[in-house]
Design a protein around this ligand. Structure first.
Ligand code: FE2
Length: 367
């Protein structure tokens, strides 16, 4: 014969021990959980014949736990019995409004307790008196809405903390790159500002703009692990040196790979040297194979390379020449729409952040 299973959700170890002794003496199989969330998981795992729940438990209180459990089809007929030591006025009615089928108070007297448990297992149910029903239901609904609002606020705060942490990681990585190669220090910050200006002009939403900002900030992170000694030598790079340079997008993507929540930014890092007509590296992606956000960062990167110069390419271009270059390479190197926006920004003298400042970039974006 199968034993009758009872789940007791209660945070006090003493109360759990006492009730367990009484129930086991009566031949029941007892399972325990110490808070509402783990209680619901335990209920799904053991499929109890009756659930006893304390009203004052952590994570999810007893009222919300009963409501949640009754929402699952498998527990709709399972008796859920509230048990509490603080039986203030209205607690019983709130417990029944929340979905409990019975209400017991502590201290527990074993004979009476066993008789009530047997009664609930046999089909006994407590119901709300008609005069009490709607008032307590309304109050309980208000209580649930308040809890929901609190939970949303907590989620929002956690999200904010995560975002700050993420921005801190990005800043540390780009700072490491700037420290390693002072010649290009500030490059990532300038690319970020221009990429954001292009993105805003293209009407991107705030989430896409944040992705553009992070991708731009990180786009050259692969250079952190490449020996860049050759970059600062005068003259052209050899084929071998270019071969090494060309590895930085893939290396950057593999550095960031464990941060899977940055998957869109990783695509930008991996493909910021691809070209619209498909002659870029590392994968030779072309046209619509390229994500718009990647094309934006790629254009901003090229703009900064044209206006900043390098040891191996010391000459810099004035803005009129840069605009001409973007018109010339529209649809070959650059996404046509992105190239048009860059030319437009130059023409209207709206290119941001041309000063080669080393200021810490803000990753807070406004659409
Ligand atoms: Fe790069």
């Amino acid at each position: 014969m199968q034993t009758t299973r009872i789940l007791y959700i209660e945070d006090s170890p003493n109360s759990r021990l006492l009730i367990r002794r009484i129930l086991e003496r009566d031949g029941f199989e007892v399972h325990e959980a110490e808070d509402g969330v783990s209680g619901i998981e335990k209920a799904k795992a053991v499929r109890p014949d009756l659930i006893l729940v304390d009203m004052h438990i952590p994570e999810l209180d007893g009222f919300a736990t009963a409501t949640r459990l009754k929402g699952f089809p498998q527990f709709r007929e399972t008796p859920i019995v509230a048990i509490t030591g603080k039986a203030a006025e209205g607690v019983r009615e709130r417990a029944l409004s929340a979905g409990c089928d019975g209400f017991l108070t502590k201290p527990v007297f074993s004979k009476e307790f066993s008789r009530r448990i047997a009664g609930f297992l046999g089909g006994e149910r407590e119901t709300l008196e008609p005069w009490a029903g709607s008032g307590y239901l309304k109050e309980y609904s208000r209580h649930l809405v308040d809890q929901l609002a609190d939970s949303r606020q907590q989620l929002h705060e956690h999200g904010q903390q995560m975002e700050n942490m993420c921005n801190g990681i990005i800043w540390s990585l780009t700072n490491a790159l700037d420290q390693k190669d002072p010649y290009t220090a500030g490059h990532s910050a300038r690319v970020t500002q221009l990429a954001l200006a292009i993105g805003r002009r293209m009407g991107l939403g705030s989430e896409d703009l944040m992705t553009v900002a992070r991708g731009a900030q990180l786009h050259d992170v692969g250079k952190v692990v490449i020996d860049l000694g050759f970059i600062n030598k005068p003259g052209k790079l050899s084929d071998k040196e270019w071969g090494l340079m060309k590895k930085h997008p893939s290396i950057g993507a593999s550095i960031l790979a464990p941060l899977c929540f940055l998957h869109r930014e990783i695509q930008i890092v991996a493909h910021h040297h691809e070209r619209w007509e498909g002659r870029g590296y590392p994968d030779g992606l072309a046209g619509e194979e390229l994500d718009l956000l990647t094309c934006i960062v790629s254009a901003a990167d090229s703009f900064d390379a044209m206006t900043s110069g390098r040891c191996y390419r010391p000459e810099t271009m004035d803005l009129a020449t840069v605009a001409h270059e973007f018109e010339r390479c529209r649809g070959t190197q650059f996404h046509p729409d992105v190239a048009d926006i860059v030319v437009n920004l130059i023409t209207k003298n709206e290119v941001p952040c041309l000063a080669k400042a080393m200021a810490k970039p803000s990753l807070t974006v406004v659409a």
